[in-house]
Design a protein around this ligand. Structure first.
Ligand code: HEC
Length: 145
């Protein structure tokens, strides 16, 4: 092989290395941490959630009281979602107080629950390591309740 051909091939390899590195390092840093869900509405919802001490009976990200269900993934849970949650916020239940929230307050609480849903998973996922070093999420085929 001629010297020029060798130089040409190594040139292509070096350039490819840099392009590949740039792609890997920039794509990997674009992690969605739910920033776009931190709206003013969601912030007000969080304040309401704190003021009305919902955490006394409910958990967010697995922390809180255990009288009511964990609300982290309420919005995306199969068979639940914003309308389901809204019904409880509008009327309470036998065991949950009716707070007589206004429509605006309900929308704020739902915005906060949407933020929680996009930024956390509860209960925590269980992982197992395969013989070849790859990682499996154990519950990935199970439906959440
Ligand atoms: C005194 C305890 C208590 C408090 C305080 C409370 N809840 Fe509840 N909540 C419950 C219980 C218990 C349920 C389950 C439904 C039932 O058994 O009646 C529930 C159900 C819910 C649900 C439906 C969840 C599901 O998946 O079934 C939502 C959404 C909810 N609560 C939101 C809230 C919010 C938001 C607050 C604060 C403003 C709040 N709750 C305060 C006890 C409470």
């Amino acid at each position: 092989m001629r010297l020029n051909t060798k130089r040409f091939i190594s040139g292509i390899l070096i350039v490819s290395f840099f392009i590949y590195s740039i792609v890997i390092y920039t794509v990997g840093t674009r992690v969605d941490k739910g920033e776009k869900f931190v709206t003013d509405q969601a912030k007000k919802g969080k304040l309401l959630f704190q003021k009305k001490t919902c955490i006394a009976c409910h958990q967010i990200y697995g922390l809180g009281g255990f009288m009511g269900p964990d609300l982290t993934n309420e919005i995306s849970a199969v068979g639940k979602g914003p309308l389901f949650a809204k019904a409880f916020l509008m009327a309470g239940s036998e065991r949950m107080p009716n707070y007589h929230f206004t429509e605006t307050e309900i929308e704020e609480l739902l915005a906060f629950l949407t933020y929680a849903d996009k930024t956390g998973v509860s209960p925590v996922k269980k992982f197992e390591i395969n013989y070849d070093g790859t990682v499996n999420w154990k519950g990935k085929d199970e439906k959440r309740d």
